[in-house]
Design a protein around this ligand. Structure first.
Ligand SMILES: Cc1cc2nc3c(=O)[nH]c(=O)nc-3n(C[C@H](O)[C@H](O)[C@H](O)COP(=O)(O)OP(=O)(O)OC[C@H]3O[C@@H](n4cnc5c(N)ncnc54)[C@H](O)[C@@H]3O)c2cc1C
Length: 428
């Protein structure tokens, strides 16, 4: 197969990148699962934006403080400065963010934010955003989405990327010649036992980067979310109790029902405090009291979380729920510059699998959807600047060197990738 741009991943970063490529550019988006099974659909709390010039310094400082000042400051500036454009884009495609009676955007707050600056749609903001991106992508004749189609490897020669090896839904292996390949394969939660991520997100692009000496960055920086619902029988993935519930007033209690912590501490610090408390109490969880949120707010802002808790046997209007930390987000990843270029020419990385340093050591809540979108658009704009097609001879030679036989044993490859990712992340 031949395509101008091959994008692996159809979460918000892959789709937003596709949507910003020129209409005369043939774009193929592949996804390992169905088109809605990605973490972008799971995002609950919302997406940060610059609410006005007066908030710039505070937003910048909050992002840096959460990231332990290890953030790439230029990336942070680009992200914040681009946020209003992103919201405008999304609204133009029909995304419905919560508004007040005057029609003005409403903002919620999460931990480590000094003020409310998060746009949201109930407690399913990611679904609202990503489903509209998907609808928009389907309208575009130049974009093709292939479900259950897996990126198995990139094809490169002399340190330049020329395409990829993929496995189609029917199991057929294929080489794809592409002018550029974009890795938008999301996080790494699938290699952890407890994670809020989809299980099939196993950091495949990280394994491919390791294989081909593509530079990585901040590779051990993994965020553990302080509050996921504790259930005796493990769910396939841990269910997140959104941080914006704590932003709106929910409290945390020890085994005796006493508050033991400031609920709005940055995620890494709060996680540590919860783990210490669980150890002290000899319990597998602490309690979260959602009754502290006015019930009208609970109903209008968090209907899906309440319903999930009900299905798991908890009536949040009358009792506390047990919560426990779980793996949630990957700050590190494939090293990219401000245009999302990796260290390998013609290979880009966007979204959670990429690392432009914006989050530093710890992500500020609700910065990831924004970061994914901002830098996916920049990747598209950078690719659009390229003139003419690639050296066809060199591309053919690179593809000819690859034998599909090396990819027939899918289980072996999957295991090899899993072990490589676990090793580099330090997961035991
Ligand atoms: C429960 C939860 C709640 C969250 N809440 C928020 C929030 O409120 N605000 C916020 O800003 N962020 C939030 N996040 C984080 C945010 O959702 C993610 O960081 C972001 O959506 C990542 O987008 P992405 O496009 O990089 O990856 P994803 O949306 O995860 O997409 C990854 C895609 O890659 C595909 N893929 C993976 N491997 C392969 C392969 N080998 N071949 C082909 N395709 C492959 C997958 O099938 C999928 O389509 C939350 C995350 C979770 C899990």
């Amino acid at each position: 197969m031949e395509t101008d741009i091959l994008i692996a991943g159809c979460g918000c970063s892959g789709l937003y990148c596709a949507l910003h490529l020129p209409s005369d550019c043939q774009v193929t988006v592949i996804t390992k699962a169905d088109e809605e099974s990605n973490d972008s659909f799971l995002a609950q709390g919302g997406m940060c934006m610059l609410t006005g010039e007066e908030d710039y310094d505070a937003y910048f400082e909050d992002t840096l403080a959460a990231g332990h000042y290890e953030n790439d400051r230029a990336s942070v500036e680009i992200m914040i400065r681009s946020s209003q454009d992103v919201v405008e884009d999304l609204v133009s495609w029909g995304v419905d963010f919560q508004r007040d009676e005057q029609g003005q955007l409403m903002y919620t707050r999460e931990g480590a934010h000094s003020k409310s600056r998060i746009v949201f749609h109930e407690d399913i903001t990611g679904k609202e955003i990503t489903s509209h991106l998907l609808m928009e992508a389907k309208k575009r004749p130049n974009i093709t989405i292939l479900e259950y189609t897996t990126l198995l490897d990139i094809i490169c020669s002399d340190g330049i990327c020329y395409g990829a090896v993929i496995r189609r839904a029917d199991g057929t292996l294929e080489k794809v010649a592409a002018d550029n390949v974009v890795l938008a394969t999301g996080g790494v939660g699938g290699v952890y036992f407890h994670s809020t991520n989809f299980r099939h997100l196993t950091g495949d692009a990280i394994a491919m980067a390791l294989r081909h000496n593509v530079a990585l960055k901040d590779i051990t920086y993994v965020q553990i979310h302080p509050t996921t619902l504790y259930v005796k029988e493990k769910e396939t993935r841990s269910f997140l109790i959104s941080e914006s519930m704590r932003g709106e007033g929910a409290k945390l209690y020890d085994k005796n029902g006493n508050r033991f912590v400031d609920e709005l501490l940055p995620r890494d610090v709060l996680t540590q405090k919860i783990q210490e408390q669980m150890q002290k109490d000899g319990t597998d969880y602490v309690w979260e009291d959602l009754r502290q949120i006015p019930s009208e707010e609970l109903d209008s802002h968090f209907p899906n979380i309440i319903e999930h808790c009900r299905q798991m046997g908890y009536d949040v209007y009358n009792e506390c729920i047990p919560v426990v930390p779980a793996q949630h987000y990957f700050m590190g990843g494939i090293r990219v510059d401000h245009e999302s270029r990796t260290s390998m020419p013609h290979l880009y990385a966007v979204g959670e699998t990429a690392c432009n340093g914006v989050h530093g050591k710890n992500r500020l809540a609700s910065n990831s959807l924004l970061e994914s979108l901002v830098f996916a658009k920049r990747a598209a704009q950078d690719m659009a600047k390229e003139s003419g097609r690639r050296d066809a001879k060199a591309q053919q030679a690179a593809l000819a060197q690859v034998s599909l036989d090396d990819y027939r044993d899918g289980n072996r490859l999957e295991e090899e990738y899993r072990v490589a990712v676990q090793k580099v992340l330090g997961v035991h």
